[in-house]
Design a protein around this ligand. Structure first.
Ligand code: URA
Length: 438
């Protein structure tokens, strides 16, 4: 008989667990035969001693199968999703979804809320008046059939094992483990019934995996598991040393998405968005090559097809589509205040983590899942790394509602910016691309 103690002991002693040991352990936990404290001990053993690809694969499969796996077989064509490990100002989901859908790919996107210093797509979308991020299962199919895409929150029956295990990891200092992160992300994504996934693994100060080494290890782990699961996968490791684009904060980011889809965009946001969308289009079988896919993605934006598709998605999910023509209908903060450069020179640091924390301090994010979110507040960056500034120039504009929160945010913004005499070296926006197919 496989006992919980034996499974914990084996992992503690750096041995490799068999599939049936992992399955029995996970199923025992979900059926309440195995206690939280036993799983906590096991998680620490995994954190310290790691897992093989086969072990990670079994854990991912068990976690995926702990709940409902969506069946999208009634919808023709390839279903492709994109997922990011999270960042600051990272609003690409709201742009790649309509772009890929406009190019013939079906996108059943399940996305999350803000936590820590990183923003969440669901909170951003909920700044669109009326937007429903929790359509019923029947409605999800209808929306996918009519618009080619849906952007929704995770339901309780999707990979429930992940929710319980994540809560334990959070309180036992075992979040930062490559096999546990791999299983956590992929169990949810693979429960969507997708054919392929484009992952955006962020690296840099504002990322969950700040070093390129850790981001690369996570990427390899994700590719290995997807390959074994026969799910097409492309991982892009992209930069999060400074925020992506210029807007940070829920409604401000939606405004920037609308501007992007209407043809006005900061360069870094365009580069990353088009790269992600192109890989989705390619995985979705709608282009002959990656170059062709990039061309289709650009055209979807320049011809207005992606904007039209985003409008349809908003309408299908109950939102007020008039925001596409008039972004002033989005929530707006009561006050704005410019934050100015105290010296002249070049911006050498525009720290993503500190700016994410500053946006949180204003009220845009949350530290605990139950915290309320202020949809209107945030920061708009006028200057980013490499920009020349003269003393007194506006570095960023702060959108705020509460004076005390504003003061806390200013302190963080002061720490986020650094100005020096010498122009800094440019960091690549896309550090690496890893593919599942050999
Ligand atoms: N995101 C997840 O969904 N799970 C993790 O473990 C880390 C990031």
């Amino acid at each position: 008989m496989i006992t919980a103690q034996a499974v914990i002991q084996k992992k503690r002693d750096r041995e490799t667990l068999t599939s049936s040991e992992i399955s029995t352990f996970l199923r025992g936990y979900m059926s309440l035969q195995i206690a939280d404290y036993q799983v906590a001990a096991w998680l620490m053993a995994v954190y310290l001693n790691g897992m093989t690809t086969d072990e990670t694969l079994t854990l991912t499969r068990e976690m995926r199968d702990s709940g409902t796996v969506l069946n999208l077989s009634s919808i023709p064509g390839k279903k492709i999703d994109k997922h990011s490990t999270g960042g600051v100002g990272d609003k690409t989901s709201m742009m790649v979804t309509p772009i890929a859908a406009a190019c013939g790919v079906t996108v059943p996107m399940i996305t999350g809320r803000a936590l820590g210093h990183t923003g969440g797509t669901l909170d951003k979308l909920e700044s669109i008046p009326g937007f429903n991020a929790k359509p019923s299962p029947e409605r999800i199919i209808e929306i996918l059939k009519s618009t080619g895409a849906v952007i929704m929150g995770q339901t309780d029956d999707l990979a429930p094992a992940d929710r319980r295990i994540y809560a334990l990891r959070d309180v036992t200092a075992t979040v930062e483990s490559i096999p546990l992160i791999t299983a956590s992300i992929l169990s949810k994504k693979l429960a969507e019934g997708i054919d392929g996934l484009v992952m955006d693994v962020k690296t840099g100060s504002g990322a969950f995996m700040p070093t390129l080494k850790a981001a690369t290890s996570l990427s390899h782990s994700i590719v290995d598991v997807c390959r074994a699961m026969k799910t097409k996968i492309v991982v892009l490791i992209t930069d999060m040393e400074q925020p992506l684009g210029r807007a940070i904060g829920n409604a401000l980011e939606i405004r920037e998405c609308i501007e992007f889809l209407n043809g006005r965009t900061p360069e870094d946001l365009e580069t990353v968005t088009i790269a992600l969308a192109a890989h989705m289009i390619r995985l979705g079988g709608q282009a002959r090559s990656l170059d062709h896919a990039s061309k289709l993605a650009y055209e979807a934006v320049s011809k207005g097809e992606a904007a039209k598709r985003f409008r349809h998605i908003i309408r299908a999910q109950g939102g007020d589509e008039r925001v596409m023509d008039n972004p002033d209908l989005l929530p707006r903060a009561a006050h704005t205040e410019d934050f100015r450069a105290k010296t002249s020179g070049f911006v050498v640091r525009c720290d993503a983590k500190r700016l994410g924390l500053a946006s949180n301090a204003l009220g845009a994010g949350r530290y605990r899942v139950e915290d309320p979110v202020d949809l209107a507040v945030g920061i708009y960056l006028d200057k980013k790394v490499g920009d020349r500034v003269v003393k007194g120039d506006v570095l960023c504009r702060i959108h705020w509602n509460d004076e005390q929160r504003f003061s806390s945010a200013v302190r963080l913004i002061e720490e986020a910016y650094e100005i020096k005499n010498q122009r800094p070296r440019r960091r690549p926006l896309i550090h690496a691309v890893l593919k599942g197919q050999r």
